[in-house]
Design a binder for this molecule. Structure first.
Ligand code: MG
Length: 338
């Protein structure tokens, strides 16, 4: 008999995090455990406020969940169809359940999760370290904190974008990822900024314009010397195809894709269409980070910095070497309790 338990948890950020549209200092998380025959699978739903889920909506969803019909080996196509039949939307809590079931399955089969996806740890991309919008002094301090990371990701989309980049460049010459978070309003100004950022050593740009402004995003993509990546505009599997012709690539996050199973399918679909793949995260503990790290070797780039940006991770930080998460031989996600 499968048994599920869960606890709300407030994941604290080391620094209040400001992006183009909002600022916050902690993130509500639902931690889940699914037990079966002496094994425990761990999952996490990180509920950043702008996605619309909360401890309350997650609890309502979980109250309707029935796992009694599940049989090993799990059929994840069937599982995601079942989760979607409980209620539409709710990708955060669906991801938490999917992650716990993958961890559980890996433990029962005594196999690391990444192996089930054909993911080779040797291909792990370096992960970036994200800076929110901040004063010069704080930015420089954050850059020093993130010294183990090889890539800096910077959130833009305000009127002092160039000043921010100049500040960062005064402290580091590492490659930069830029995330405009839909913050640019004019496509020509956006494109001028893209060219300027290219000269500053920026290697990719996420979501330059509003997600619904398909024409302007496509216009910039067509002219950009560096990859333009859709994030807010690409949530689940059916969105991947819509990114073709609008962006060079997609940012896949487990909290958008409703978990590892659909996330994997999104990555594979993007590759088939010739789209680039970035794997990203929300504010997540080691649980969500390891779930994404299991798929990261299938992607071109990784932005999995949850454990660096949070101060009360309830799990041990995964091993991190040479700017990369290290996937081990441990069964399941490889998650370790403190
Ligand atoms: Mg983004």
């Amino acid at each position: 008999m499968m048994k599920i338990s869960y606890q709300p948890f407030e994941l604290q950020l080391k620094h209040p995090f400001t992006i183009a549209k909002f600022s916050r200092s902690s993130t509500p998380v639902m931690l889940l455990q699914i037990e079966y025959e002496g094994y425990t699978g761990y999952g996490e739903a990180s509920m950043v406020p702008y996605m619309g889920e909360s401890i309350e909506t997650a609890s309502q969803f979980l109250a309707k969940l029935d796992l009694s019909w599940l049989k090993m080996p799990f059929n994840f196509d069937e599982i995601i169809t079942y989760l979607d039949s409980i209620a539409p939307g709710n990708p955060n809590i669906k991801a938490g359940i999917d992650i716990a079931l993958h961890d559980l399955e890996g433990k029962i089969e005594n196999k690391p999760c990444y192996r089930s996806f054909g993911s080779d740890p040797a291909n792990m991309p370096a992960t970036s370290y994200t800076l929110g919008i901040d004063t010069a002094e704080v930015l420089i301090r954050k850059i020093k904190e993130g010294k183990g990371c090889h890539i800096i990701k910077v959130k833009l989309g305000r009127d002092n974008d160039q000043e921010l980049i100049n500040t960062i460049r005064s402290a580091t010459d590492k490659p930069l990822y830029v995330d405009a978070n839909q913050g640019w309003a004019d496509k020509q100004q956006g494109l001028d900024m893209v060219f300027w950022l290219h000269e500053q050593g920026v290697v990719l740009i996420e979501q330059p314009m509003a997600k619904d402004d398909i024409d302007s995003n496509a216009w910039i993509t067509e002219r950009s010397p560096i990859p333009i990546i859709g994030d807010e505009s690409v949530q689940r599997y059916s969105d991947v195809e819509k990114a073709l012709g609008v962006y060079h690539g997609i940012n896949m996050k487990l909290m958008k894709s409703a978990g590892m199973h659909e996330g994997y399918r999104m990555i594979m679909k993007a590759k088939e269409l010739g789209l680039k793949t970035l794997i990203g995260c929300m504010s997540e503990t080691s649980c969500g980070t390891l779930a994404a790290a299991a798929l990261a070797p299938l992607c071109d780039w990784a932005d999995l910095d949850g454990p660096f940006l949070t101060s009360n991770n309830p799990f041990l930080d995964p091993p991190f070497v040479n700017g990369r998460w290290v996937l081990t031989e441990d069964a399941g996600l490889g998650l370790k309790n403190k």
